[in-house]
Design a protein around this ligand. Structure first.
Ligand code: DQA
Length: 163
């Protein structure tokens, strides 16, 4: 994607909003296979993201859905408003061409995140149909993956990522 420019994510001169979008089953974090995904709930992750976001000058809007159409709708919204996205597509990572096509229309930075390291798990998790339209992917660091992704977004917005 071309440089989003200084106005990306700042529709009317307010603090930059970052959408932190989460796909199916991530609403169950805390009780979902904690040996793989850790004990933090999505609320814990949202609180950590909000705290770091405040430090970085980012307003963080954390959402989760089990519904592909709803997730695609949020991606359209982000494209229209030029909002950056931190995205854990969960299982959609591996097969949702609809999600990938929506993300291909993005107008601001996109960082894919995973709590676990899909490359070290079952072979069906080794393919991400999202990775090719993202600025980058951060995987394997539990809730830290989200925080690293927020830092990456801040860096992308400031144009300093490759420096
Ligand atoms: C996940 C990895 C995916 O393979 C899985 O389907 C998920 C979570 C992760 O955060 O590690 O639901 O995206």
């Amino acid at each position: 994607m071309p440089d989003p420019g200084p106005e990306a994510g700042v529709p009317h001169g307010r603090a930059t909003t970052v959408l932190v979008l989460n796909g199916p089953n991530l609403g169950r974090l805390g009780s979902r296979e904690p040996e793989i995904y850790g004990s933090a709930t999505l609320a814990d992750i949202a609180a950590a993201c909000a705290e770091l976001g405040a430090e970085l000058g980012l307003k963080v809007d954390v959402r989760q859905t089990d519904d592909e159409a709803e997730l695609v709708g949020w991606v359209h919204e982000a494209a229209e408003l030029r909002l950056p996205i931190v995205l854990n597509p969960a299982a959609f990572t591996h097969y949702s061409y609809a999600l990938r096509d929506a993300l291909a229309m993005r107008t601001a930075p996109l960082v894919e995140v995973h709590l676990s390291n899909p490359a070290a798990r079952e072979s069906f998790r080794h393919t991400s149909v999202v990775a090719g339209v993202a600025d980058g992917t951060i995987a394997g660091f539990g809730q830290q993956s989200y925080l690293l992704a927020l830092r990456a977004v801040a860096s992308l917005l400031s144009g300093r990522t490759l420096g």
